[in-house]
Design a protein around this ligand. Structure first.
Ligand SMILES: [Fe+2]
Ligand SMILES: [Fe+2]
Length: 271
């Protein structure tokens, strides 16, 4: 059995919906869906309707687009997140609110940890507070649509929501038996060095937080899975695999079918 990962399915795009529906079955394998399924509850339901029939187990984390309040959606912030978690649970899909599950395949004991931390504008030049970081990005004509449609309610800001999620998540990860390794799964990159955005470098402030930069070592990761950048890539940092697994927009990718874009996480390449 294998553990695969994909992210950024963006099912509001008709070509991406067609690619999802054309995906064959992997009845023995598990799939990580690392956020940005789409913008609405219906996008998540469509996604899970298909993928829970194609894979033995699906694991989900939210992306920023999933948390938008657009296209007739009314729930905001934490309320929208909680509704998406309820949809996942109705399909038997694991979320950041569930107990970390042990990978049943071969290899050292490993827990799969779906995480939700968002971003806090700290991936900017040192010393900039969030307001100054936004000005720095705006000076290069860079702004993320989240500023208009991703509400942090009831938190006062997305940065405050991020910092609360980081503290609670680190406390949970600290409880893992040290005999276990982890697969850390987050829509947003965990390590600043993996935030590589050559066309829009100042978009980095919407791409995570410095608070997670040592989590791959601190929590004994065998691999770290993320999306969000729409630039699929595999890198090794400190001996740990970092896998950016975006499907993304049709004009951004070499392959139009979904299957060649699935990334094998476990057993994975032998390093
Ligand atoms: Fe995306
Ligand atoms: Fe994203």
């Amino acid at each position: 059995m294998r553990l695969y990962a994909i992210s950024d399915l963006h099912l509001g795009i008709p070509a991406n919906r067609a690619a999802l529906e054309a995906l064959p079955s992997f009845p023995d394998d598990w799939l990580i869906v690392a956020g940005d399924v789409g913008e609405t509850q219906a996008h998540l339901q469509l996604c899970l309707d298909v993928l829970t029939r194609r894979f033995a187990q699906v694991i989900w984390v939210p992306g920023n687009h999933d948390l938008w309040t657009v296209l007739g959606e009314t729930l905001r912030g934490v309320a929208k997140y909680q509704r998406l978690v309820e949809i996942c649970r109705a399909y038997g899909v694991l979320t950041p609110e569930d107990a970390y599950v042990r990978w049943p395949g071969a290899g050292p004991p490993t827990l799969i940890a779906p995480l939700f931390m968002l971003y806090d504008y700290t991936l900017a030049p040192l010393g900039l507070d969030p307001a100054a970081a936004l000005e720095w990005a705006a000076a290069a004509d860079t702004i993320c649509a989240d500023e208009h449609v991703l509400w942090p309610d009831p938190y006062p800001s997305r940065a405050a929501w991020c910092q609360a999620r980081c503290a609670a998540t680190a406390a949970r990860l600290e409880q893992i038996d040290p005999a276990f390794h982890t697969i850390l799964v987050s829509h947003f990159p965990l390590h600043p060095a993996t935030v590589w955005l050559p066309a829009i470098p100042r978009f980095s402030i919407w791409c995570g937080t410095v608070l997670t930069r040592d989590w791959h070592l601190r929590f004994r990761a065998r691999a770290v899975v993320s999306g969000h950048l729409h630039i699929p890539m595999s890198r090794v940092i400190d001996g740990v695999r970092f896998e950016e697994v975006s499907f993304g927009h049709p004009q951004q990718r070499r392959f139009h079918a979904l299957q060649p874009c699935l990334r094998e996480i476990l057993p994975g390449p032998q390093l």
